[in-house]
Design a protein around this ligand. Structure first.
Ligand code: NAD
Length: 463
């Protein structure tokens, strides 16, 4: 853990390689008093961080981006070992995190305030940092989802207390080293960023409840997110939560392209992505053809060691989660679904699993966070209702050559994003990103996060 520029090394919690199940590191587990101390120090840094110049923030963000780039291969290997992410996918995450820091540097200079028309007064707005941002991040994109909070927070002059997931904390520790180094180089107060490792129920909970923290920026499960809404009091909150993302395939779609894109959307990082394909709804007349092509491709994926360059899909994050996923598939089959491939588990490796299901099957209701894809046959006029039949509302997708129809669908889909002719997995880091319903509150995507992380002050000059 890093507090006020000091590293504290304690061996409290085991960090486990999800593929080999070996203990690869031990990290400190902070108690409440230690978290409070870090927050007190953050509070003392608020004013000096607010007063950092635009060029200082710009330089530090560019400096962090460059350092991540220099260390790309090392960071990618850590993600492969610590989070079980196939190395070729880990490299993409690291590259994206460079872009996230660069984008934030760009917006330091480009995010503008407004002048409001008035008859006899000069009215303008001025963005001010919220103060202390409590950044709580999940296991699945340790670097880039941390970047999505830390970079816009620095860009807007905020102080950050960061709690990473204990399931995959090692890349965040490396990122913290880079941040500390660049803060020293550009004279940014060291207490403005602290990394607080440990248990979510203690470290995360203290950050959420502590009155000195001004905003919670949380990415994780809807269950923990819901708890945060009850405990955060008057803090600003931004919640990026779970999803069951419907992907619709109409009969006029380019089936080959749809299959390729949906295979990626379903099985990248073993489905452990909030915008992974949650269910596929395919129009009846092309369903047989689509299912045959999709299952063939799913069976051809290489499942194995994340460090192997040829691996398409590595392990699930924990043994418990893999067992849970296996049981869920069994339950789905008991409820009447047809297992088309997969359903098998070898320790934490869970093989690509495709099921043909009715829309009310259990597998369509819960976020599996596993390589499990339910396929539903439907008539075009039934598709919207099936897609919207979920408590979540993160991403959705539609494949069709008819753009007019796609836009009509987009109007009726109750999701934060609708992707046309690519899967729900598509995300570009500078686009607004977030959900409705149980998928969250607020938007990320650098510029939008910067807006969330600042308060607008309105200044009126009377002539
Ligand atoms: P999680 O909710 O278990 O943990 C997320 C973070 O919250 C961790 O740092 C954890 O330590 C902390 N935490 C746990 N209990 C807490 C508490 N009581 N108070 C405060 N903090 C607490 O999620 P996870 O398993 O790490 O990640 C998977 C989930 O994250 C999935 O549901 C996925 O959909 C979601 N997710 C959403 C997005 C998005 O942008 N919408 C992106 C990635 C992941």
């Amino acid at each position: 853990m890093l507090i006020n520029g000091h590293w504290i090394d304690r061996k409290d919690i085991d960090v486990i390689n999800p593929y080999t199940l070996e203990v690869i590191e031990k990290i400190p587990s902070l108690n409440r008093e230690e978290v409070k101390t870090a927050i007190d120090i953050a509070e003392e840094c608020k004013d000096s961080m607010k007063n950092t110049s635009i060029s200082q923030r710009y330089k530090v963000l560019i400096g962090i981006a460059n350092k991540i780039k220099e260390n790309s291969e090392k960071l990618s290997k850590i993600l492969a070992i610590d989070a079980g992410k196939p190395i070729k996918q880990a490299r993409i995450e690291v590259k994206r995190s460079v872009e996230t820091f660069l984008s934030s540097a760009f917006y330091v200079k480009e995010l503008r305030d407004e002048v409001i028309p008035s008859d006899n007064r000069l009215i303008f707005t001025k963005r001010e940092p919220v103060g202390i941002v409590g950044a709580i991040t999940p296991f699945n994109f340790p670097i880039n989802l941390s970047a999505h909070k830390i970079a816009p927070a620095i860009a807007t002059g905020n102080v950050v207390v960061h709690h990473p997931s204990s399931k995959a904390p090692l890349a965040c520790i490396e990122l913290a080293k880079i941040i500390e180094e660049e803060f020293r180089k550009y004279n940014v107060p060291l207490g403005s960023y602290s990394l607080l490792t440990g248990l979510g129920e203690i470290v995360g909970d203290e950050i959420v409840k502590n009155d000195k923290v001004n905003m919670i920026s949380f990415t994780g499960s809807s269950k923990v997110g819901e708890g945060i809404t009850k405990k955060a009091g008057f803090k600003k909150i931004a919640l990026e939560l779970g999803g069951v993302n419907p992907n619709l395939v109409l009969k006029d779609a380019d089936l080959k392209k749809a299959v390729n894109s949906l295979i990626r959307g379903s099985f990248v990082y073993a489905g452990q992505i909030c915008i992974s394909v949650g269910k596929i709804v395919v129009e009846e007349s092309v369903a047989d053809k689509f299912i045959k092509m999709f299952v063939e491709k799913a069976k051809s994926l290489n499942v194995g060691d994340p460090l192997d360059e040829n691996t398409d899909m590595g392990p699930l994050i924990t043994l418990d989660h893999a067992k849970w996923a296996e049981n869920l598939v069994k339950r789905s089959v008991e409820e009447g679904s047809k297992l088309l491939c997969g359903g098998k588990r070898d320790k934490t490796l869970f093989y690509p699993t495709v099921l043909e299901v009715e829309p009310d099957n259990i597998i369509c209701k819960v976020e599996t966070f596993a390589p499990i894809v339910p396929i539903i046959r439907a008539k075009e006029e039934e598709m919207i209702e099936i897609a919207n039949d979920t408590q979540y509302g993160l991403h959705s997708a539609i494949f069709t050559k008819n753009l007019e129809k796609a836009l009509k669908f987009a109007e009726n889909l109750e999701f934060g994003g609708v992707i046309i002719n690519d899967s729900s997995l598509f995300r570009q880091d500078n686009m607004p990103f977030g959900g409705v319903k149980k998928s969250g509150i607020g938007r990320e995507g650098v510029k939008y996060a910067m807006e969330e992380m600042s308060n607008i002050k309105t200044i009126v000059i009377t002539h």
